[in-house]
Ligand binder design. Structure first.
Ligand code: SAM
Ligand code: MG
Length: 227
């Protein structure tokens, strides 16, 4: 049977990237997606904006909605301070299986823990298989997370708004929490944009860029939760 795109992307990483080197894994995936097959990773151009926001926030708790192959997970994880908890949610088990291998290959495997009771010198990545709508209400119960400092929204576009409201309802946002949303122009998330731009509970800013690996306009929306 024919392999899937995530499997081919994983094979490219195993063949070409330096094991234990997150930057090399990221560059290998970007090269593969520019020269072989397009894939829905945030990519290198918007990835640079993501990097700068992660560095600026320097979160100790972070949530990623939509793992896919783990590209953005590795990208975010490589910049996190020790002790950080990064939870990433993916409801497709085939994608989650590939992402686990890519995260491990990048050398972040020591940092993959389901529970984070041991030590503070690692960051803890937890890839949870399941739907955001089911898992967001369980963050406190499953991981003891009270609030997230940083949330990266990059799952299906019609879920950005309901999941943001769910994060609010579950009191997982604190004054100053940062939401960073990908693909707000392409494919686009009009209801989400209208909400964060007009709600008095957010201060929101657009970062213009391009859809991953193309010249089509897309961008990231960074929104500060004001409480
Ligand atoms: N963040 C990844 C990156 O930049 O490397 C790309 C994520 S991809 C654009 C979106 C992913 O979200 C898909 O793998 C899809 O299966 C997953 N997804 C979509 N809706 C979801 C939901 N409600 N809960 C969990 N995962 C979801
Ligand atoms: Mg995206």
């Amino acid at each position: 049977t024919r392999s899937t795109r995530p499997q081919r992307l994983l094979r490219a990483v195993q063949k070409k990237a330096i094991k234990g080197d997150p930057q090399s894994v990221i560059s290998t995936i970007d090269y593969f997606c520019r020269h072989s097959e397009w894939a829905m990773n945030v990519g290198d151009e918007k990835g640079a904006i993501l990097d700068s926001v992660v560095c600026e926030v320097s979160p100790s708790t972070a949530l990623e909605l939509g793992t896919y192959c783990g590209y953005s997970t590795v990208r975010i994880a490589r910049l996190l301070p020790p002790g950080t908890k990064l939870i990433t949610l993916e409801f497709n088990p085939d994608y989650a299986a590939v992402a686990r291998q890519i995260i491990e290959y990048s050398g972040l495997q020591d940092k993959v823990r389901v529970l984070w009771t041991d030590g503070v010198n690692h960051i803890y990545i937890c890839l949870v298989e399941g739907a955001s709508g089911d898992l967001i209400p369980k963050m406190q119960e499953l991981f003891g997370i009270k609030t997230f400092d940083f949330v990266f929204l990059d799952h299906w576009k019609d879920r950005y708004l309901p999941d943001t409201k769910l994060l609010e309802e579950c009191q997982l946002l604190r004054k100053g929490s940062i939401l960073l949303a990908d693909n707000v122009i392409c494919p686009g998330t009009p209801d989400y944009l209208e909400y964060v731009r007009n709600s008095p509970r957010y201060e929101s800013k657009y970062f213009k860029s391009h859809l991953e690996y193309t010249k089509v306009e897309d961008g990231l929306e960074k929104s500060v939760f004001l409480g």
